[in-house]
Structure formats: structure tokens, C-alpha cells
Ligand binder design. Structure first.
Ligand code: OOG
Ligand code: NI
Length: 263
């Protein structure tokens, strides 16, 4: 598999789950823009069978290397990002829920889901794009949601690109990230305003904003329910004093971006 194949497979599943992403990309292209991706993000659990390292493998095989790590105490999450030596390749941000920090009940529920996965599924190198490999109930989703929105989202959607992110710097028709956010909002896509519309600032060399996830019907063992699936993000990077654009993430901003899948 080539990197182009990998990103195109990821985009396919993501766009099917998130029609707004293709729609917004089309709106940009209608303005004469060419959309470049800054990063793609994934979610998982720190269960040894499917931790960050497991999802990262296809990228590592194709020339990506591990970069920085981030801690999210309140959300009980840990994340790492990976980058390719070709700066035009999107960065990859992978987070995982720290099960040992969660309640016994939540840990048990999530481990039971993983236990139902087959050997073939657990050894699939493309786990990161397999979708939801387990059956689960909406009643369990609700219980998980009360403790961790992240766990609930993972139980309902499984493995896929949670968001693609448009690289603002490669766009030509917006002066500020705020102008882009207003354009997207006015086009009919509600934005995530947790922590403010624009997260970060030139002082931390990164500004980000994101849509709220599209609601899609999800089939559970006890019925079909509309739930927030995936979202689209927009990131503007700033030049650092020592030269070059900042390449990392900002934990305080990321903490709010996670909330783009809130109900
Ligand atoms: C990841 C949230 C963090 C960023 O760019 O800071 C993030 C997620 O929602 O899974 O994407
Ligand atoms: Ni992101």
C-alpha cells in the first residue's frame, strides 16, 4: 500500500460518515482553493491489543516517525503525533483512553467489547479503518457517555479517521482563521465554540477551529439512534522565532477540539 492509497481509504470511510467534510471541501474548491490536509486524527483505548502503537503501524511502515506526546488529565487521555519527512504529508494524531484511570464499570464495558473481536480483527494491520468491530447497545452507550464522551464515541463508531484537518496556510481566500470559521458557519455547519470559536493563538504558534460532528443514524442491538459522528477541523500554523512553522499540537486547544463530538 502507498501513502496515497492509505489516505484515500481513510478519506472514503470518513467522508461517508461525515458528508459535511466533502461538502465544505467542495465549497472551498468553488472559491478556487486547493485543500491540503494538516493532520488526520484517530481514537482508541490503551488496551495492549489496540493501543496507539497498533493504529500507528501502517504510518510507521510508510515512513512516519513518532514526534511529541500530550496528556489530558481530566479526559483521561494520552496522545502522540507522527510526522513524515515530506512536510506535505499530513501529520497523524492518535489518542487513547487510559482505562486504568476510569471506573471499573467503564473498563469492564470497553474490555468486553474488545473481547468480542476475532483474532483476524485483532491482527488486521488496517485496524485503524475497520469501523466498529463489535455489537453494542444504546443503553451501554448512554452509560459510557455519562462518564466519558470519548469512550461512548469509540463504542459507537469504532476505528476510523475521526477528523481530517484543512491546512489554513495553503488557502488563499481567507485573511484570518476567524473569517474561514464564519464562512463555514454561515454555510450551515455549526462550529465548536467550547473554549471559544478559535482555539490557540499566534503566541502558541497554532490556531484551530472545528465543526460540530455530523449526526448520523447508528444501529445498536436496541434500536437506531442519531449520534454525532466525525467532524472537520481547520488549523493555521505560525512561524517560530528560530524559523519554520510550528509543527506540534497544543494540549489546551486539543482538549476543546475533542468536544466536537459532544451531543
Ligand atoms: C482529537 C482532538 C485534538 C487537535 O488537532 O488538537 C485534535 C480528537 O478529537 O480525537 O485533533
Ligand atoms: Ni485535530
Amino acid at each position: 500500500m502507498t501513502l496515497d492509497d492509505l489516505f484515500s481509504q481513510l478519506w472514503q470511510r470518513y467522508a461517508a460518515l461525515t458528508p459535511q467534510a466533502q461538502e465544505i471541501k467542495d465549497l472551498f474548491e468553488t472559491r478556487g482553493e486547493t485543500v491540503v490536509n494538516d493532520h488526520v486524527a484517530f481514537r482508541t483505548l490503551n488496551d495492549h491489543r489496540l493501543g496507539i502503537h497498533k493504529l500507528a503501524q501502517p504510518f510507521l511502515d510508510l515512513g512516519y516517525t513518532e514526534q511529541d506526546e500530550y496528556h489530558f488529565e481530566a479526559k483521561k487521555l494520552y496522545a502522540k503525533y507522527y510526522a513524515h519527512e515530506d512536510p506535505l504529508r499530513p501529520k497523524v494524531f492518535i489518542s487513547e483512553l487510559l482505562l486504568e484511570k476510569c471506573s471499573d464499570e467503564l473498563r469492564h464495558t470497553m474490555e468486553c467489547l474488545v473481547d468480542t473481536m476475532t483474532e483476524d480483527q485483532l491482527s488486521d494491520p488496517m485496524m485503524l479503518n475497520m469501523g466498529r468491530p463489535w455489537d453494542t447497545s444504546h443503553a451501554d452507550y448512554e452509560k459510557l457517555y455519562a462518564e466519558s464522551e470519548y469512550a461512548a464515541w469509540l463504542s459507537a463508531f469504532g476505528f476510523c479517521a475521526n477528523h481530517f484537518t484543512v491546512f489554513f496556510n495553503a488557502l488563499k481566500t481567507f485573511d484570518e482563521l476567524k473569517d474561514l470559521a464564519e464562512f463555514v458557519e454561515e454555510s450551515g455547519y455549526p462550529m465548536n465554540t467550547s473554549g471559544g470559536l478559535i482555539k490557540g493563538s499566534p503566541e502558541v504558534y497554532l490556531e484551530q477551529c472545528s465543526t460540530m460532528a455530523t449526526k448520523v443514524p447508528v444501529t445498536f442491538t436496541d434500536g437506531t439512534f442519531e449520534l454525532p459522528s466525525c467532524f472537520y477541523e481547520f488549523a493555521r500554523r505560525y512561524e517560530m522565532p528560530e524559523g519554520g512553522l510550528y509543527q506540534g499540537f497544543v494540549a489546551a486547544s486539543a482538549d476543546k477540539i475533542f468536544e466536537s463530538t459532544n451531543q
